[in-house]
Design a protein around this ligand. Structure first.
Ligand code: GLA
Length: 405
């Protein structure tokens, strides 16, 4: 009897440790790069190795971008035992060699699958339905660190069941693999997926646009600001280990520098996963400066893990705040207008009690130093109201730090 109790206690300890191992994978929002936005299914091992090299050479890795994720388009056929293989034309050296290469650069390896019978790009049999445990074992054996799990061909599946099944399969395979859920917000995963995925998409796909949406007939895609609007009410559901995912970034894919800066800033204000989607081998210095701004990334990666709050909207101009560690706050003015705007910083109006953080931002009782995170300069304090000019479709962003009395 004593032995049985000891064994049960030991098992419970192991399972707590295992749960901890998964919980710790995304204490702050995941950061990396994914092939989809720029390359769609046109991927191969040379491209991925070049991206790995460039993630290191460009300083992206040092700035925190560590996951190198292959999205749709890598699957081969299943073998006679039902095991997933990789496309041998695109990846002739196989995934173990690619994974070793990625790991040798100090990066982590991500792959993509789907809860239905095929992935969204539609290669028959490429989805994990009915192969969940088998696929999870393959991922572990390939040294995979991140799985994005999509929702095509899944109309008859129960999302809670399908995502729980894959989560359990991943845990059973034994390797800590970050689980990024992609069911487009259809069944409100923020309400049920906290203990299932490390992140969940909250919308349909993003496109390379700022403040628009495109109707493709059977589906729609969204500009960055439309996704911001969908994400804004969901802030209470996110936190360390479980993030709202507004999709991969389109920064560097052809929008203006202003729009790129605004998009990146808003992703950071929303404590979003920062998964890049541009060709980092040819990025402009402006794109690189946006993506590697450490002060802005620190807003995203703040250890409190609280998603930002929109406090005020004034005809296309929005004021957002985000509580940060040690009593700091981020403050962002987002100008969605196509004209530059003179924006008033009216401190009494911007006062707020944040129910998620249980914290007051009260400029009457506390003055803050303002550091402008895009110019890198001190911008005085919050003592007096003032006006700030924000260019069209751009932002101004500050870190507010309490002035010690
Ligand atoms: C879906 C996802 C996208 C991408 C494609 C791949 O549309 O939402 O992010 O993974 O599938 O086919």
């Amino acid at each position: 009897m004593k032995k049985l109790i000891l064994a049960i206690t030991a098992l419970a300890a192991v399972s707590t440790l295992q749960a901890q191992k998964w919980e710790d994978l995304a204490k702050t929002p995941p950061m990396g790069w994914s092939s989809w936005n720029k390359f769609a299914t046109d991927i191969n091992e040379n491209l991925i190795k070049e991206i790995a090299d460039e993630m290191v050479a460009s300083g992206l890795k040092d700035a925190g971008y560590v996951y190198l994720n292959l999205d749709d388009g890598w699957h081969g056929p299943r073998d006679e035992e039902g095991r997933m293989t990789v496309d041998s034309v695109k990846f002739p050296s196989g995934f173990n060699a690619l994974s070793d290469y990625i790991h040798s650069k100090g990066l982590k390896f991500g792959v993509y699958s789907d809860a239905g019978c095929a992935t969204c790009a539609g290669k028959p049999g490429s989805g994990s339905q009915g192969h969940e445990y088998q696929d999870a074992r393959s991922y572990a054996q390939w040294g995979v660190d991140y799985l994005k799990y999509d929702w095509c061909w899944a109309e008859n599946l129960n999302p809670v069941g399908a995502y729980t099944l894959m989560r359990d399969a991943l845990r059973d395979a034994g390797r800590p693999i970050l689980f990024s859920m992609c069911e487009w917000g259809r069944s409100e995963p923020w309400k049920w997926a906290k203990d299932i995925g490390h992140s969940w998409r909250i919308s349909g796909d993003i496109h390379n646009g700022f403040d628009d949406y495109i109707n493709h007939g059977a589906w729609e895609t969204y500009g960055a600001m439309q996704i911001v609007d969908m994400n804004a009410p969901l802030r209470a559901y996110a936190g360390p280990g479980h993030w709202n995912d507004p999709d991969m970034l389109e920064v560097g894919n052809g929008m203006t520098e202003n729009k790129d800066r605004a998009t990146f800033t808003m992703w950071c204000m929303m404590a979003s996963p920062l998964i890049l989607g541009n060709d980092i081998r040819n990025m402009s210095k402006e794109t690189k400066a946006i993506l590697t701004n450490r002060d802005v990334i620190a807003i995203d990666q703040d250890s409190l893990g609280i998603q930002g709050l929109r406090v005020l909207r004034d005809r296309g101009v929005e004021y957002w705040v985000k509580p940060l560690v040690d009593g700091d706050w981020a403050l962002c003015i987002l100008n969605r207008d196509t004209e530059p705007r003179e924006c008033l910083l009216d401190w009494p109006v911007l006062q707020v009690y944040d129910t998620v953080a249980d914290r007051h931002l009260n400029f009457k009782v506390q003055t803050y130093d303002m550091r402008n995170l895009w110019t890198g300069k001190q911008d005085g304090t919050t003592e007096k109201n003032r006006t700030v000019k924000v260019p069209a479709q751009d932002v101004a962003l500050w870190r507010l730090t309490p002035v010690k009395k």
